[in-house]
Design a protein around this ligand. Structure first.
Ligand code: NFE
Length: 504
């Protein structure tokens, strides 16, 4: 007789995600991923001045606001027919690059690490741990059996096998604490050109509004060089330690096996110049990307608007009581197929294209250190490895880009908003392919639609009944102890979901 486990909410992610698992003989036979809130940004934007869009859409999220700002100004660049100056393009890359570094560090250390690292190891650590309790003593005391928990941000937790090497645990916990400083550095880097964080003030169609000076270049570089140390010596090594200690997660959480990337970080003008290229992978084969193949289904989503609309014609009509619906996320599909998006998709597309030797070299080096093959990347642990690889590559590229800035050259090109227009802004947020679609009529926003990374990854079943990527990653998983379903949360967190974004 199958039983149902509901994990609601999944903690240590952004927003409110509920996962429901049907389990038979310890195996997940069905999974439902439900986004449990509605935001309504697409409705709020209707009738507004188009220039409000890059500010309003940044409020979709506190972790990836810059990505929304960039998607919005790319859509407007297209609608207004603007070619932006080189300094403007580079500054956009530098602001977004800082956000990538910030987000990947949060994800590994502050969201995921405690799924693997044993916080009880802190008992022998006498450094920054004054704020932490002696968890080991607690764990062996009566308090634990009586379910009386110390005041700690880390407890209770699922009881399972954590990383056993105490030296690695202790150094990873130290890095967990240092990661707060690293994140602050990444935010300071961003603020040099974005004016403030988290919501950038300087992103605007036509470029950016922050001028370039030699002082700003030097300040950005000096923070980035320190951050690169953290990425190369702490982050990458900790991911390798975790990957070596939990090799079975290279065969868990494999997902739908399809990958989509729109590409990001233009290196001259146009999307063809993106450093991370666009592409679609189906059954291991790399194919060209065609944005006209994107649609959204809503059979199991709480919307009464029609299914299978392409985003430029998209509608958002909430229907909280819709019969049979179980999520506030729509189900984006490409060629009617679910697609995984995110760092793993970007790295796989780049790797298969093979145009960026530094990416292939890093991927091959890490796989050979771990004794794994490229096929093993499509897994829960592969997502962590891909994110760490990407973090290093983006930091390296930011160093190149900041050196390409020319002080006092233009960062912005003037424009007029047309009476009518249409624009598509396709980019990559840290969590994956992000698109904004704008339609302007009588100088106002007539329609605005966003398809967001976590909407792809956490989508419910589509009209044909095909499960979304996270649902597919969970189906088939063995859950050893249904009271401590650690396998499920490790798989879900490997995608780095953000439900605030996904329901927008
Ligand atoms: Ni709210 Fe976001 C990113 C976007 S996720 S974090 O990265 O867009 O779906």
């Amino acid at each position: 007789m199958p039983k149902t486990i509901k994990i609601d909410p999944i903690t240590r992610i952004e927003g409110h995600l509920a996962i429901s698992l049907e389990i038979e003989d310890n195996k997940v036979i069905d999974a439902k991923s439900s986004g449990e809130m509605f935001r309504g940004f697409e409705v709020i934007l209707k009738g507004r001045d188009p220039l409000d869009a890059q500010q309003i859409t940044q409020r979709i999220c506190g972790v990836c606001p810059v990505s929304h700002g960039i998607a919005s100004i790319l859509a407007q660049d297209m609608a207004y027919g603007i070619e932006i100056p080189q300094n403007g393009r580079i500054v956009r890359n530098l602001i977004l690059g800082a956000e990538y570094i910030h987000s990947h560090i949060i994800h590994f250390y502050h969201l995921c690490a405690l799924d693997f690292i044993d916080i009880a190891a802190i008992t022998n650590y006498k450094g920054k741990d004054q704020m932490l309790l002696d968890l080991k003593e607690w764990a062996s005391s009566e308090l634990k059996s009586k379910k009386i928990y110390p005041i700690s941000p880390f407890l209770p937790r699922y009881e399972t096998k954590y990383l056993e090497n105490q030296d690695i645990n202790i150094s990873a916990i130290k890095n967990y604490l240092d990661a707060f400083d690293a994140r602050a550095m990444a935010h300071k880097m961003s603020a040099i050109f974005s004016g403030k964080v988290p919501h950038a003030a300087t992103l605007i169609p036509g470029g950016v509004t922050e001028s370039v000076t030699a002082e700003k270049i030097a300040a950005y570089k000096s923070l980035l060089i320190k951050l690169k140390q953290f990425i190369e010596h702490a982050y990458i090594n900790d991911v390798l330690f975790v990957a070596e200690a939990f090799p079975d997660y290279f065969s868990l959480g494999k997902g739908c096996g399809n990958f989509l990337a729109y590409g990001v970080f233009p290196e001259s003008s146009g999307r063809e110049s993106n450093f991370f290229p666009e592409g679609v992978i189906v059954k291991g084969k790399l194919m060209g990307f065609n944005e006209n193949r994107i649609t959204e289904d809503v059979k199991y989503s709480r919307y009464s608007s029609p299914s299978e609309l392409s985003p430029i014609k998209g509608e958002t009509v909430p229907d909280p009581k819709k019969y049979g619906a179980y999520s506030w996320l729509k189900s984006p599909r490409y060629d009617e197929m679910p697609m995984e998006v995110g760092p793993l998709a970007r790295i796989m597309v780049s790797y298969l294209k093979g145009d960026t030797p530094e990416i292939n070299k890093l991927v091959d080096g890490i796989l050979s250190k771990l004794g794994k093959k490229t096929d093993d990347l499509a897994s829960a642990m592969g997502r962590h490895a891909a994110r760490a690889i990407e973090c290093k590559i983006v930091a390296d590229k930011c160093l190149e880009w900041v050196e390409q800035l020319i002080p006092d050259q233009p960062v912005f090109r003037d424009f007029n908003i047309p009476k009518q227009g249409v624009g598509v802004g396709l980019t990559e947020a840290m969590r994956g392919a992000l698109g904004h679609w704008i339609e302007i009529d009588n100088y106002k926003i007539k329609n605005y639609q966003c398809i967001v990374p976590t909407t792809w990854n956490c989508s419910p079943k589509d009209d044909k009944g095909t499960a979304g990527p996270i649902e597919q990653a969970l189906i088939g998983t063995l859950v050893a102890d249904s009271k401590n379903p650690i396998e499920a949360v490790r798989i879900v967190r490997s995608f780095d979901p953000c439900i605030a974004c996904a329901v927008h």
